[in-house]
Design a protein around this ligand. Structure first.
Ligand code: ATP
Length: 234
């Protein structure tokens, strides 16, 4: 059984539906990427998992439990964390304070959690007393991921984590995402850099106009002529 299963999800932000029947799964320790043209509903599909949408049809099952219609705070407690594309760090706080904020829901000894996070993001250990707002875009993205990981989620949702980053930082974020997966966390992410994202993910979905178009392993989607012509620029 998949960790996350969205079945025929329909809904939107207000009265109008943006998703017209989106289905996808994320398995244990799997990196799944959502790609597709601008306005396809990629971010909206991800937000539906985090309770940020009015869902008018279909359902979302996480770890054996139907979470359709749950509020985000309850979804976080259940084991899903979401990293939005923008405004995802407290810029006026240090790196370490950002991680402390991430841990606010957590009880007990946090030392092991900090060790784990600084182990995943060694670059940030040296910068732990720096203000997040003074870091590069790539490092801020790492702070945002680290803050979410302080809650020890089973599933991490990343909305365009490489947006605006140089190719070097994009590769670094992808590598860290793999490390996070290898540490036992499943990942669903939205990406604009479709070719690079399909090359690095385990599985992918191509969405268009709020519905599924293609799915398969990243390699299979890259090799698919229609996907290449319609969605990857030939
Ligand atoms: N908060 C919102 N309120 C109302 N409509 C929204 C909201 N966010 C997005 N939309 C609309 O939903 C549609 C899908 O947007 P979404 O951001 O999911 O697309 P996307 O595939 O992620 O595209 P992009 O790559 O451009 O971000 C668009 O028509 C957009 O205008």
């Amino acid at each position: 059984m998949a960790l996350l299963e969205m079945k025929d999800v329909r809904g939107g932000y207000g009265d109008a539906d943006i998703l017209h029947g989106v289905s996808m799964t994320v398995g244990e320790r799997e990196i799944v990427v959502i790609v597709g043209p601008n306005g396809a509903g990629k971010s909206t599909a991800m937000k539906s998992v985090f309770g940020l949408l009015t869902i008018r049809g279909g359902n979302i099952v996480f770890d054996g439990e139907d979470i359709t219609g749950w509020a985000p705070d309850r979804i976080v407690q259940r084991g899903i964390c979401y990293v939005p594309q923008v405004d995802n760090v407290f810029r006026e706080m240090t790196v370490h304070e950002n991680f402390e904020m991430g841990a606010f829901l957590r009880r007990g000894d946090l030392a092991a959690a900090y060790d784990r996070i600084y182990g995943l993001f060694p670059d940030l250990k040296a910068k732990r007393r720096n203000l997040a707002g003074d870091l590069s875009g790539g490092q801020r993205q790492m702070v945002a991921m680290g803050r979410a990981l302080m809650l020890d989620p089973k599933l991490l949702l990343l909305d365009e984590p490489t947006a605006g980053l140089s190719p070097k930082y994009m590769e670094q974020i992808f590598q860290i995402t793999r490390d996070v997966r290898d540490a036992g966390v499943s990942i669903l992410l939205v990406e604009q850099h479709a070719k690079q994202a399909l090359a690095f993910c385990d599985r992918g979905y191509v969405l268009a106009t709020g519905a599924n178009r293609h799915e398969g392993s990243g390699q299979a989607l890259l090799a698919d002529r229609e996907v290449a012509e319609m969605f990857l620029g030939g």
